[in-house]
Design a protein around this ligand. Structure first.
Ligand code: NAP
Length: 254
């Protein structure tokens, strides 16, 4: 995930010599970006640290990283299910700690990133974090951290649910006789074109769905299946709730 964010920042003109990536594998990241496999001796004043490892690694990483941090080090965490209070407990020195929840299309500048911080983060640091995220796509500040896991379920996990939908649309096409390759191409292009159209439309996606459905025609019969007993809505509500609940459990250390 962090690699997608970095790719977009580099595409937008970030000087690679200003970036250092710490990763155990030491794998190269991009031309001009320094890669370390162990912690440096110090951090430069005003360094922004993006935490992009797995959430369960927070304590181990903080044990090495927190002693290097200063009051003017800014922490940006993309760790799912990891509350700001946990980050503050692990990183006592930095004033600026911001939670960000990006999704994978940030690499194209077409992502969604939710942001949350607390009163301890100075307003100018909050603005800096917002400016950093802005080229990644839609950025949404969240007022209530209690919603962060729900928002993660919608936009952070959302691409996976959409990819599953595209796959299922193609397989359903195959199930009613369309050749497999053709069904895959047509499902993806249908979702891409429809998403682009919905993004530009003056009316809601719900209205657009009705506009596709000619009275007495084919689409309405299909929509009736999705709408019966709110099948699709129930399925997606259950999907988001399960993802959200996992975030809540992670926050409790499970
Ligand atoms: N995937 C998503 O769509 C998504 C969306 C939003 C947020 N997130 C969050 O992003 C984080 C990473 O998820 P991911 O899917 O990107 O996983 P990932 O592809 O496995 O990336 C994890 C990264 O952490 C590095 N790493 C492993 N151990 C480390 C250590 N001890 N110190 C420093 N870095 C270490 C790995 O380095 P190597 O490559 O060298 O092994 C790798 O670059 C998670 O906290 C997740 O909640 C993910």
């Amino acid at each position: 995930m962090a690699g997608q964010m970095l790719a977009r920042w580099l595409d937008c003109g970030l000087d690679p010599s200003r970036v250092t990536v710490l990763r155990p594998s030491g794998r190269a990241v991009a031309e001009g970006v320094a890669v370390l496999t162990d912690y440096p001796e110090k951090l430069e004043p005003g360094t922004t640290v993006l935490l992009g490892m797995k959430p369960y690694q927070l304590a181990d990483v903080a044990a090495r990283l927190a002693p290097l941090c200063r009051a003017d080090t800014a922490i940006l965490s993309i760790l799912a299910g990891t509350p700001l209070a946990s980050l503050r407990a692990q990183f006592p020195a930095p004033q600026s700690i911001v939670r960000a929840m990006p999704n994978l299309p940030v690499g194209l500048g077409e992502g969604v990133t939710a942001l949350f911080t607390d009163e301890a983060t100075p307003p100018e640091s909050r603005a800096q974090a917002g400016a950093l995220i802005e080229p990644l796509g839609l950025a949404e500040w969240i007022g209530d951290e209690a919603l962060f896991n729900a928002i993660t379920a919608l936009s952070g996990c959302g691409p996976a649910f959409l990819f599953r939908f595209v796959d299922a649309l193609a397989r359903a096409g195959e199930a009613i006789g369309i050749p497999v390759d053709q069904a895959a191409r047509m499902a993806l292009a249908t979702v891409q074109g429809s998403a682009n159209m919905a993004a530009r439309a003056r009316v809601s996606p719900a209205t657009l769905a009705d506009q596709v459905a000619s009275p007495g025609g084919m689409t309405r019969e299909g929509l009736n299946v999705l709408d019966a007993d709110e099948r699709l809505l129930t399925l997606l509500t259950d999907t988001l709730a399960a993802a959200r609940d996992r975030g809540e459990a992670m926050a409790r250390g499970a």
